[in-house]
Structures are given as C-alpha cells and as structure tokens.
Design a protein around this ligand. Structure first.
Ligand code: TRP
Length: 363
C-alpha cells in the first residue's frame, strides 16, 4: 500500500511518543536552565478573539517564563489559519492588534521576542511548496489534528488549506529554524509532521533544518466556568481584558456542587477542583490547602477566593493593557518591527532552501 512508508507521519505510536515527550520535556527544562541560548522557540495563536484565562494559564504564562529564562522566542499570529475552517474571518486587523496587546500586557517583551503576522512574510509561505512535496495525501488524510480540526467544524467540507495544515505549520516552525515548540498533549502529532518534513528535506537535499522538539507544558488544563472546555463561544471564560467587576460577575455564575464543605477532588468534584486550580495557579498556592482554608464556606466562599486570586494576579496585566490601548501607534510599530525581523530570517532560510534544491539561477 502506498501508505506504508517507513517514515510515515503516523507510524509513530502516539502513546509512546507522549511518554517520550514527557521525559524529554523534563530534560529540556534542565538544559534551558543550564544554557537557554541553545534553544529557539516558535509558537503562536490564531487571531480569533481576545485571549482568556485558559490561554494565559495554559500557554501564555509559560511563554513569558521561557522568554524571561533567556530563550529566544518567536510568536506567529497565524492569520492564514483563521481562513482555513470558516467563511468569515471577522475583523482581522482588530483581532490581530488585540492579540498582540494581550501578549504585551502579559509580559511578552517585543525587544526579546519577535511577534509577526503570517501573511506578512512571503518567504515563509513559499516554503510551503517544497514542504508539500515531502508528504503524501494519505499522510495528510490520516493526520489526527487535521481530523480533529475538521470534526470541530461540524461537517463543513474540508478546505485545501485545512487539509495541508500540518505542512504550513511546519513552515511556521522551520522558517526560523526553531528547535522547540511548547505544546499541549493534543498537539504532539503536529510536531511529528514537522519533524518528518524537516528530516525528509534534509535527507533529500541538504541538511538545512533542525528536528524540533515538543516542550510539554507543565500547567494544568483549566476548564471553563461550567466545567466544559474554556471557549469564548460557550461564554464560560474569563477574558484577560475583563474588569475586576466583570470577573466577579462571571465567577458568580460558575457551576459548583451542593456540598458546602469544600474539598479538592478533581475526579469526584471537577467543577470545584477547577476553581481551586485556578485560584492556586493565580496565587501560587496549593489547591488542597486553599480548599481546607475555605472549609465550610461553600460555593460562595470558593467563588470569593478564586475571584480575588484572579483579580489580584491580573491587576498589573490589566493596567498595562489599558496603557497599551491608549497608544495604538505602539502596537503598529511592534508588528512592523516583528514583521521586518521575521522577513529577514525567512528570506535567509528560503535562499538556503533554493540553494539546497539547485534552484539558483542568475542573480
Ligand atoms: N495552530 C495554532 C493555534 O491554533 C497556532 C500556530 C500556528 C502554531 N503555527 C504554529 C502553534 C506553529 C505552534 C507552532 O493556536
């Protein structure tokens, strides 16, 4: 069968790859502590709306940590990914600016971290063509993330862009030769696809790309206020841009249970445990200890504690956000500078790729 290639994207058993990545992530954290300059991180987001507490605790805080540890970081604002699974991309320019504002408010420093928009970097996008030649249609068809993304669209026909998603994501990572990608468990197959593209290119033409590794995030996966996945469309989020009052109102609506005695029991009492985890993540405390302190305070007591922890933690971020919103020219200049830097890097990589492929003609 044409599928049965030795290096098939999926031949790697997912569970085995997960275990390997967990162990390797611990090792990478030690290597970062010893010498952060050996790593370059690439990650990013789609500009689909304002970031919320789930993004912040799950990924953004971790990016700030890596940046502050001295790891060179590149953030892609993946505007081309917004058009792969929907008809209406929404007010893109506004959302891009909102996303960048959230980044900076959270502590991303544009002097140290390059922030760029996907569609502004032509050479990056040109890498997609040679990379597409490195994979087969059956590999793309069976890629778990393509499948998951497609299922999430609720039966909408798959666009060619969604079908080739792992390949342009490989270009996002490889254009700057990033060797580290912070991911959640569900995204491991992505990275496998990027590694396959890099390995095949290196073998076919010339050693050009590193094989990037996953850095599994250590943070808990925070749920929404109703105990479901935190997402804007469900209305169960705390957006970073909310005021303290709006935050308090949102937490008042949070689902808890009828047992007034608060305990930390993630399996038996998931909604209560989730609020305790949020409080712990924001206050640097321990969820079981926070539960013991609330004791018989019930859902009301728990909501008061988590509201205070979140508001206190986000206060400096929100203040910075207001400052940034008052100076729109600054966000424009951050993007202009980030795009310039990303273009320089992408042009250099594309030159190397052309040379490796024997596509250098004339001047
Ligand atoms: N797919 C990511 C998201 O939906 C954004 C993204 C684009 C990305 N390119 C990437 C993440 C490369 C990691 C690596 O948020």
């Amino acid at each position: 069968m044409p599928d049965a290639q030795p290096e098939d994207v999926l031949s790697d058993d997912i569970e085995k790859s997960l275990q390997r990545s967990v162990a390797r992530s611990e090792e990478i954290e030690r290597e970062i502590a010893a010498d952060p300059s050996t790593f370059r991180v690439l990650t990013g987001d789609r500009p689909t709306g304002r970031l919320h507490l789930g993004h912040y605790l799950g990924t953004l805080a971790n990016r700030v940590r890596l940046q502050d540890a001295g790891v060179e970081t590149v953030l892609v604002v993946a505007d081309y990914q917004v058009i792969m699974d929907r008809d209406d991309a929404g007010p893109l320019a506004e959302r891009v600016r909102g996303l960048v504002t959230d980044y900076l408010a959270a502590g991303i420093d544009p002097e140290r971290t390059t922030i760029f928009t996907h569609s502004s970097v032509p050479a990056l996008n040109q890498l997609v063509l040679p990379f597409l030649s490195m994979v087969t249609d059956s590999e793309l068809k069976r890629n778990p993330t393509v499948k998951a993304e497609h299922e999430a669209t609720g039966g909408r026909p798959m666009s060619g862009l969604l079908f080739t998603y792992p390949v342009h994501q490989a270009a996002d990572i490889l254009f700057c030769k990033a060797n580290l990608v912070p991911v959640g468990k569900d995204q491991l197959p992505h990275l496998e696809a990027t590694r396959v593209v890099a390995r095949r290119f290196n073998e076919k033409y010339a050693r050009t790309f590193p094989l990037p590794e996953a850095l599994l995030s250590r943070t808990a996966n925070v749920l929404g206020l109703d105990g479901e996945k935190m997402s804007k469309s469900r209305g169960n989020t705390i957006e970073l841009g909310m005021t303290a009052d709006q935050t308090a109102k949102q937490f008042k609506r949070a689902v808890t249970d009828s047992d007034r005695h608060i305990t930390y029991d993630p399996i038996g009492r998931p909604t209560v445990a989730n609020l305790l985890q949020i409080a712990a993540a924001c206050s640097g405390g321990d969820p079981a200890r926070i539960a013991a302190e609330i004791g018989d305070g019930g859902g009301g007591g728990l909501k008061a504690v988590v509201t205070e922890a979140v508001n206190e933690h986000l206060a400096p971020l929100r203040a910075r956000r207001l400052e940034l919103e008052a100076d729109p020219g600054y966000i424009t200049s951050v993007l202009a500078e980030g795009n310039k830097r990303a273009n320089e890097v992408a042009d250099a990589t594309l030159d190397e790729v052309r040379a490796a492929m024997g596509m250098v003609y004339g001047a």
